[in-house]
Write a protein that binds this ligand. Sequence first.
Ligand SMILES: [Mg+2]
Length: 220
Amino acid sequence: MDSPKRVYVDFDDVLSETARAITEVVAERFDKRVPFEDLKHYDLDKSFGLTRPELADLMGLLHQPEMLSAMAVVDSAAAVLDEWTRQGCSICVVTGRPPSSVKASLEWLGRNGIGFEEVIFVDKYGRSPDTHGGIRAWSLDELKRESFCLAVEDSPDMADFLADTMGVPVALLDQPWNAGRCAAAEAGGRLVRCSGWDEVKKRFPSPGAAQGISAGAACA
Ligand SMILES: [Mg+2]
């Protein structure tokens, strides 16, 4: 399954504008209005000041197929992945969504023209492992055994895990919740901050060559 040009691509807030959609749901459901720029925490309960029951309610809403289907696609993501695929890269979407989201997630990827080779569900944040339709969420230990020549993420914790534990070069998409985070990986040249997919493409024109980063995981 491993490919020398296998690229890890996160889903939420890397391919889909998930946080922007969540701000609208939270405003409507809980009457809490938090500007996107003020989402300083990756944890939704902290960013929105939600109680545990409210958070449980929100998570249920977020995983509804209608909600997942309505999310906008992040600018330039499809074009950059197409270009990498033409170069021979294998795009692996690695998501922290539960496997129960598989149908809506695959439909969304198809509808938004996101080319990919495989989708892996990973229990990235220590939530209850979930199995659905024979698909099981992988643990981080299982993910650790995989090889990637580049990862595109927005989660600071996952970015640190990829860069430091797995030795994978990381393009971290700038988001309010990762500002000021991952400083050690960035200083060590294992992680590059990017303002969006256009910058990811500039910094990593050929991911198989792991250009623009000094991490030791370069794989041509
Ligand atoms: Mg994400």
